[in-house]
Design a protein around this ligand. Structure first.
Ligand code: KIV
Ligand code: ZN
Length: 535
């Protein structure tokens, strides 16, 4: 079993139905190409989800193609296509799913009064007839059929029972009860699932599934309540993406089950260490950053800035962490140095950066650090190194950005370039001119030439902060250097220097951690004999 998989041995297995590529992708601003969907599906497969809803084959040729490619290339989870309760949709889904080792057609039909009248113009008996016809037909086009009573939460209970009975008796193996409009509450959905499980006849061979939207911010809580009442499948999407306010965030439910086994005691087949990579991949592909304070996968989810918290975490992480960053596949912890930080955290970071400071000098550094933190908020390592060097007199061994100029040319013949001037105590001022796909990219290339470190940009985020009178740009960059991640940050008045300075900041961290000199070469350890000769 892979690290992170959660088995409690109770025998009650909860299946995860991932609809990132269907419900998630259909939300405005989240579209993905077939190639990207394929990469995401492979990542979801690594994560260990049980079902991947790869798209809605009848919606467009592109969707059909994506479903088909995922069906052909991803094996492990069942591959599913959404389908309306019509012959054409079912055929399109069946065709796209042909290459799958395990295939599922997911038929949905509105059952609530508002859907029956305003959208479908169908009577109750017409709805039941359509369910019977479509589920029976879909059985011969795939391995298993799921039926969703769309807008189940606002459907009359007696009719919902009839609709689900009809689906189960026609051969549906999964009976999904969606809260299509994100209207329900934990108590209400618990009561509904308990009622349905007790009253739907002919569902012995089927499982009940929950699919909650987040319009009132209750999707995860509602899904958990449905599980408590007996649902055996949870539907949702990574990062909670989906129609309107989104779907249930699957990573949150996964970590609830993994962290609160005492409360739920269910088995899941999830490798939780793949959660963070899946979340990052999705965010990068769709160009939608994950909110900093998002549960589980936000940048602050494992970051500590307050002095009291940092002191506790440095002594024993469990003081303020109920899960570890490693549990979700996030390397390292994040003690953020800012105005709320205390001396313990400052001393620990200084030590990591190679400074041995006695208590008196630490006290002096701390005073300057607090003044700097008041001005800048979060303090980057490069700033800290400069500060410690300034206060203690030890030489700072980092690059600083002195000047950047660029040409932002655009067009077929255009060749953007940047001229960057960096300074290092061991090399003085060094200038490089480089080209790139764009001016920022060209500037990054120039920094790489000068520092001798090659890096790929994993993330780059630039935000305007401040209010009337004064606005600054904060740039955050995540670089991959020799298989490791390094963050950099900068705050300046303009976008361009902010981006380049953050890049230099991350390069400085990489050089310190990988023990590189000002040319990017590995620093040689000074042997005692050499030291004596030098003296
Ligand atoms: O929210 C919803 O009702 C859906 C169905 C298609 C299951 O996404
Ligand atoms: Zn939905």
């Amino acid at each position: 079993m892979a690290k992170g998989k959660t088995q409690t041995g109770t025998g009650k297995k909860i299946a995860f139905f991932d609809t990132t590529l269907r419900d998630g992708e259909q939300a405005p601003g989240f579209s993905m190409s077939a190639e990207e969907k394929l990469m995401m599906a492979a990542t979801l497969c690594d994560l260990g989800v049980d079902v991947i809803e790869a798209g809605f084959a009848a919606a467009s040729p592109g969707d059909a193609d994506a479903v088909k490619r995922i069906a052909a290339e991803v094996s492990g989870p069942a591959i599913c296509s959404l389908s309306r309760a019509t012959e054409n949709d079912i055929k399109a889904a069946g065709e796209a799913l042909k290459p799958a080792k395990k295939s599922r057609i997911h038929i949905f039909l509105g059952t609530s009064p508002i859907h029956r009248t305003a959208k479908l113009d169908m009577s109750k008996s017409q709805v039941l007839a359509a369910i019977e016809r479509s589920v029976s037909m879909a059985k011969s086009h795939c391995d298993e059929v799921e039926f969703s009573a769309e807008d189940a939460i606002r459907t009359e209970r007696e009719f919902l029972v009839e609709a689900l009975e009809c689906a189960a008796q026609s051969g549906a193996r999964v009976l999904n009860v969606p809260d299509t409009v994100g209207y329900t509450t934990p108590d209400e959905i618990y009561d509904l699932f308990s009622f349905l499980i007790a009253n739907v006849r002919g569902a012995e061979n089927a499982i009940f599934s929950t699919h909650c939207h987040d319009d009132l911010g209750l999707a995860v809580a509602n899904s958990l309540a449905a599980v408590r009442a007996g649902a055996l499948q949870v539907e949702g999407a990574i990062n909670g993406i989906g129609e309107r306010a989104g779907n249930c965030a699957l990573e949150e439910v996964m970590m609830v089950f993994a962290t609160r086994k005492d409360q739920f005691g269910v088995d899941i087949d999830i490798d939780t260490t793949k959660i963070y990579p899946a979340s990052r991949m999705l965010s990068k592909m769709t160009g939608n950053p994950v909110p900093r304070n998002k549960a589980i996968v936000g940048r602050n989810a494992f970051a500590h800035e307050a002095g009291i918290h940092q002191h506790g975490v440095l002594n024993d992480r469990r003081t303020y962490e109920i899960m570890t960053p490693e549990d979700i596949g996030l390397p390292g912890n994040a003690l953020i140095l800012g105005k709320h930080s205390g001396k313990h955290a400052l001393a620990a970071r200084a030590k990591e950066l190679g400074f041995e400071i006695d208590d008196d000098r630490l006290a002096a550094v701390f005073v300057s650090f607090k003044a700097m933190a008041d001005q800048f908020g979060e303090i980057a390592d490069a700033q800290l190194i400069e500060l410690i060097s300034g206060v203690t007199g030890s030489e700072s061994a980092v690059w600083s950005l002195k000047r950047v100029e660029m040409r932002a040319a655009y067009g077929a013949q255009a060749e953007p370039f940047a001229r960057v001037e960096l300074e290092h105590p061991a090399r003085g001022l060094v200038t490089d001119i480089a080209t790139g796909e764009g001016p920022i990219h060209a500037a990054f290339n120039a920094v790489q030439h000068i520092t001798g470190l090659s890096a790929t940009v994993e993330e780059l985020e630039i935000n305007h902060v401040g209010a009337e009178g004064r606005t600054d740009c904060i740039a955050d960059v995540l670089l991959r250097v020799e298989g490791q991640n390094f963050r950099g940050r900068s705050r300046t008045r303009d976008v361009i220097p902010a981006g380049v300075e953050a890049y230099v900041d991350a390069i400085n961290r990489a050089a310190a951690s990988l023990n590189r000199d000002a040319f990017g070469h590995e620093k040689k350890a000074v042997k005692p004999a050499d030291a004596q000769n030098a003296a």
